[in-house]
Design a protein around this ligand. Sequence first.
Ligand code: SF4
Length: 313
Amino acid sequence: MNVENSSELSRRIEALKREKNAIILAHYYTTPEVQAVADFLGDSLALSVQAQQVDARIILFAGVHFMAETAKVLCPDKKVLIPCPEAGCSLAESCDAREFAAFKVKYPGHKVVSYVNTTVEVKALTDICCTSSNALKVVESLPADQPLIFGPDRNLGSYIQKLTGRQNMVLWDGACHVHEEFSLEKILQLKREHPGAKVVVHPECRAYIVEVADYVGSTAGILDYCGRSEAREFIVVTEAGILAEMRKRYPEKVFIPAPPDDETCACNNCKYMKMVTLENICSCLENEAPEIILDEEVRQAAERSIRNMIAIR
Ligand code: SF4
């Protein structure tokens, strides 16, 4: 899309937001032009909290499907729109609700902690949700002798297990295609080329990548750390969409995206987040569709697990 088209679409989107009393929530992993039309930009946790506080008739969620579902769970009276319903999430898809229900049956007496990157049906089977920002707090809020099921991200689960020393945690075997693909060899090479750089890593990455990190944290945590740190250079081991916000907040610092194993596949970009475009946002606002519609019983069960998370954030 050329700059002219992009500016025209952005203007049209701004006009539609005013006309329809709509706001746009966007995730950091969306493209810079999508981030530019957002009223609120954040990671999963911040956006879930923000969704409940907005005073608008329409919430358009510029992100992947489970995020828009979460907004609808928390705001059942608002119209929640998703510009690209095909934008899924490999992590959410790695946890089918029926299989997860069968998994639960094998572990009676276990409480279920699920990452928010799950479908609404999996959230309905969950006692308490978490994000990468608060997973440690959530797990620590439960008694040490309480056995747990943690899903769906096996990397985040084993990281939390290591931090807490908790042996009574069963992990669901799911993963995110973006965070699993980073190359240790290439990160070590970048470290040799930039000896002063700090390596910042998302906990959805594999354990051997987490081990070489100077800082491990959620998207929001990584952003804060880069601001606080005295380092000038950072090797960023998470989805590359975050770089736009990093460069905007800290223009004096240098951010180097970590490459995936196969550099021809652009695997450090979440293909689902990039499916949200100015075109589909504009058309979604114009038509007030596609809209997220949820089964009320499932919504209520999912709401409990999300509210349990927000209460201890
Ligand atoms: S980066 Fe991974 S976990 Fe995040 S939305 Fe994309 S596929 Fe899902």
